[in-house]
Design a protein around this ligand. Structure first.
Ligand code: C2E
Ligand code: CA
Ligand code: CA
Ligand code: CA
Length: 279
């Protein structure tokens, strides 16, 4: 039994070692990703439940490495978060998104918002609002066209300074969305305290919304509480017609998920916008 335990330990330690090596390798490669043109953006449509029209796009970063292939942001964003790398990646994402927005505006394609994810470290950057203002001005984009997605876990760290940052961003004229709602420990009272325009019900609740009574109850509570405060509700990760029906019945405002569209490269989004078809 003792030997077994030791082998077990060795197994875990070599696995941990491998994982650390992988992190070091990815961190190294990520440092040259921007210069090597390996990052790209995909956009996923947000659809209005009442009209069926595309009302928003969420910007999702992709990393196409020549050897590792497509690396998920779930893997590389946390690594970037541990260093100053996240600042340059975030800056790149914001600029590229604004460039794409400008191209769409120039083609007469408007009437939707573009959402960009704000990482925890980026949110703590005291120059965040100034940077965003500068980039928006550079591309002549109305701040109202941009939405920033901030996860609730970020706000819990220092609620007083979080509130100040959010008010500063709000004063710029951008929209604010509370992302992955329901996964942290924040209460619904956060919705009252912070100036959010939207909440996004996390995918983990939406997944079992039609089969799990608790998930259904939580989603319904989020929708009615948000609405009573004048906040719009987005459901993420909608994959089935049944989920869509449930959300429509309970007056969710917007939906996002594979049921409507996967995240797409900008050219395919352009085609979608030109078609103006219902999703
Ligand atoms: P998120 O902000 O919650 O983004 C939604 C994720 O759900 C995306 O994964 C999207 O592809 C996926 N998704 C959308 N619809 C469905 C669906 O119907 N079913 C399922 N199973 N998944 C769906 P993705 O693109 O892999 O991004 C993962 C996370 O990486 C994002 O989660 C976000 O936290 C982070 N991320 C992505 N791009 C950026 C970025 O530019 N900056 C920062 N800071 N984080 C980013
Ligand atoms: Ca998001
Ligand atoms: Ca989310
Ligand atoms: Ca999520």
């Amino acid at each position: 039994a003792k030997d077994h335990g030791r082998n077990h330990f060795q197994f875990f330690s070599s696995e941990m070692n491998e994982r650390m090596q992988e992190r070091v390798m990815l961190d190294e490669a990520l440092r040259s990703a921007i210069a090597n043109d390996e990052l790209l953006l995909h956009y996923q449509p947000l659809v209005s439940l009442s009209t069926g029209q595309l009302v928003g796009l969420e910007t999702l970063v992709r990393w196409q490495h020549p050897v590792f292939g497509m690396v998920s942001p779930v893997r590389f964003i946390p690594i970037a978060e541990e260093s100053a790398l996240i600042a340059s990646i975030s800056e790149w994402v914001l600029r590229k998104a604004c460039q794409d927005i400008r191209t769409w505006i120039d083609q007469g394609l408007t009437g939707f918002q573009v959402a960009v994810n704000v990482s925890p470290r980026q949110f703590r950057d005291p120059r965040l609002a100034d940077r965003i203002e500068l980039v928006l001005a550079e591309y002549h984009i109305n701040p109202g066209m941009l939405s920033l997605e901030i996860t609730e876990t970020v706000l819990m760290q220092d609620t007083a300074s979080s509130e100040a940052t959010l008010r500063q961003l709000k004063a710029l004229g951008v929209d604010l969305a509370l992302d992955d709602f329901g996964t942290g420990y924040s209460s619904l009272s956060y919705l009252k305290r912070f100036p959010f325009d939207r909440v996004k019900i996390d995918r983990s609740f939406v997944r079992d919304i039609t089969t799990d009574a608790d998930d259904a109850a939580i989603s319904k509570a989020i929708i009615s509480m948000a609405h009573s405060l004048g906040i719009r509700v987005v459901a993420e990760g909608v994959e089935t017609a049944a989920q869509c029906q449930f959300l429509r019945r309970h007056r969710c405002d917007e939906m996002q998920g594979y049921y409507f569209s996967r995240p797409l490269p900008p050219v395919e989004i352009t085609a979608l916008l030109l078609e103006k078809r219902h999703l």
